[in-house]
Design a protein around this ligand. Structure first.
Ligand code: HEC
Length: 169
């Protein structure tokens, strides 16, 4: 009987022990998963951050240079376009051509001298442009290329020619 009681006691404690063990095991597995989950999440997050950083490091300079140079090119194009439409022929004439062409210095045809310009205008605009841009030695004198101001663009010289011709016909 005593041994039977002992057996029952033992079975009871053993069952409790087993149940506790199973519960503890399940709890540990749960904890393990929890940790594993947060750790993998953290690792994943770090990897993502690293990958993003690497990506941005690798891409940024290239992207920035492209964007910047494209932007600059666009800005330049816009500026050039604006300059092309906004060339002030009268202004160019005053700063670079008037010195000779207002009074007719050194054989330069005087602006407003309709007779003096008639034959020149008759040559056609392209010849006038070319002679003004490249300069030429005529019978009356020497027209320096771009009036001696090589900083002028061809467009600016042409605008000045247009301005002079408009006042001389
Ligand atoms: C240093 C004096 C001088 C300056 C500055 C000058 N010119 Fe002249 N230019 C001349 C002379 C001289 C002639 C005439 C040459 C000839 O026919 O013998 C001439 C002629 C011209 C002609 C007539 C060309 C032709 O085929 O008959 C044009 C157009 C002209 N100049 C445009 C300009 C413009 C535009 C400027 C300013 C950007 C300019 N010139 C500045 C001296 C000058």
């Amino acid at each position: 009987m005593a041994s039977g009681m002992n057996d029952q006691k033992f079975i009871k404690s053993f069952t409790i022990f087993l149940v506790l063990g199973v519960v503890l095991t399940l709890f540990l597995i749960y904890l393990g998963n929890l940790n594993a989950g947060t750790i993998t999440d953290r690792v994943r997050g770090e990897r993502n951050a690293m990958a993003e950083a690497a990506n941005s490091n690798a891409l940024q300079p290239v992207g920035q240079i492209n964007v910047a140079s494209e932007g600059a090119e666009q800005a330049e194009t816009v500026q050039v376009a604006a300059a092309a439409t906004a060339i002030d022929g009268a202004g160019v004439y005053q700063s670079a051509c008037m010195a000779c062409h207002a009074a007719g210095v050194a054989g330069a045809p005087r602006v407003g001298d309709i007779a003096g310009w008639a034959d020149r205008i008759a040559q056609g605009g392209d010849t006038l442009y070319t002679n003004a841009i490249q300069g030429f030695q005529g019978e009356a004198g020497m027209m320096p290329a771009k009036g001696g101001n090589m900083a002028l663009s061809d467009g600016e010289v042409k605008a000045a020619v247009d301005h002079m011709v408009a006042l001389s016909q």
